[in-house]
Write a protein that binds this ligand. Sequence first.
Ligand code: 5GP
Length: 181
Amino acid sequence: MGKLVIISGPSGSGKTTVCKLLTKDPHIKKSISVTTRLPRDSEKNGEAYYFVSKHEFEEMIQRGELAEHAEYCEHSYGTPMKALKEALVKEGFYLLEIEVQGALQIMEKLPETISIFLLPPDKKTLGQRLIQRNANREEDMENRLKIADKEMEYKDRYNYCVVNDDLAATVSTIRKILNLA
Ligand code: 5GP
C-alpha cells in the first residue's frame, strides 16, 4: 500500500523546492494539483499544475473528481482523486503539496496520512523569498503574507513541523520521518 504524505507551509516556506528534491527518489511521487490560477513563466500545464478555468474546476467538483479542494488568494486548488487512488494501491510515498484547509480535509478522510508542516526560519526570510520569487504581484504578495500568519496557527494539527533553514537538512529530516534515511 502507498503512503500519503502532506507537505504544507506558508507560501515562501520552500515546499515546492523541497518536494522537487524529495521526488528524486523513485519511491516518492508527487500529486499534480488542479488550479484556476494562471501559470507562472516557468510552469507547464501537466507538470506544475493542471491549469483549468473556474467552470472546469466547478465541474470537477460536481463529478466528485477532487479528493479535496480549497480557495487560496482568490483561486481554487484541488487534488485529483483518480491519481491519488491509483498511488495508494502501489508501493511508495505520494506527496500532496497543499495548503492548510485542504490538508485538514485529507487528514479527516484519511487519518493515517503523514502530515508535515514546513516553517520558514523567520518572517523576514519568508518576505524575502516571496520578493525573490518575484512572480506574484505586490498585492498578491501581501495577501500571501497575511495568509501565512493564519496558516501558522494550524501547524500543531500536523504530525511534524520542520524548519526549512537549510534545504539539504530539511530533505534529510523528511526522509528520516519517512524511514527512507
Ligand atoms: P501557488 O499559487 O503558490 O502555487 O500555491 C498556493 C497554495 O496552494 C500553496 O500553499 C500550495 O501548497 C497550495 N496548493 C497547491 N495545490 C493544492 C491543492 O491541490 N489543494 C490545496 N488545498 N492546496 C493546494
